[in-house]
Write a protein that binds this ligand. Structure first.
Ligand SMILES: Cc1cc2nc3c(=O)[nH]c(=O)nc-3n(C[C@H](O)[C@H](O)[C@H](O)COP(=O)(O)O)c2cc1C
Length: 155
């Protein structure tokens, strides 16, 4: 797993988990509690995701995308998902980072472990259209577009 992928996971507020049922009907929903696990997996907390979980039980193929909205880039990750439910002997280990993120107010019913098969970069079109722009200019443009100001200047 690249450092760029780790960095964008931690800088992305949400990921979007896409699953499909046995007939191929697609489903996508946002998850805030997600992070990396080791060198080749993502983990996502099932707090309130019944349809994603039901789909994964019958069709483990998933796609997860996330973007750092300020740097205007992210990743699309394809892989095979498995479920580690609360009570399973490895739950505490697999869920350790997610449990810390979620805290006591958001009980995690299961961890969705995505074994990564394929990683693709996501770039905002502005990277192609305006390649001369610096990262600082891109971030300032995003702050202007979204009407926000950083509390501290990012590195
Ligand atoms: C900002 C935001 C963050 C969310 N984070 C999570 C999460 O980390 N885990 C989770 O299970 N549900 C999370 N949800 C809720 C699910 O997206 C929501 O319950 C959704 O309907 C689940 O759909 P599904 O059953 O198709 O997975 C979040 C929703 C929002 C709006």
């Amino acid at each position: 797993m690249s450092e760029a992928l780790r960095a964008d996971v931690s800088a992305s507020v949400l990921c979007w988990l896409a699953t499909a049922d046995a007939e191929g009907h697609p489903n996508v929903s946002p998850k805030e509690m997600f992070t990396t696990l080791g060198d080749d997996s993502l983990v996502i907390a099932d707090i309130a995701s019944p349809r994603s979980v039901a789909n994964i039980r019958i069709n483990p193929r998933v796609c997860v995308s996330f973007v750092d909205v300020f740097r205007q880039r992210g990743f699309k990750v394809e892989g095979k998902a498995s479920l580690v439910e609360q009570g399973h002997p490895s739950f505490e280990t697999v869920a350790a980072d997610l449990l810390q993120m979620a805290g006591p107010d958001f009980p995690i019913r299961a961890v969705i472990v995505v074994a990564i098969d394929k990683v693709s970069r996501i770039w905002a079109p502005s990277y192609r259209l305006f390649p001369e722009r610096s990262l600082e200019e891109r971030m300032q443009a995003a702050y202007d577009t979204y009407g926000v100001e950083p509390k501290a200047k990012p590195e």
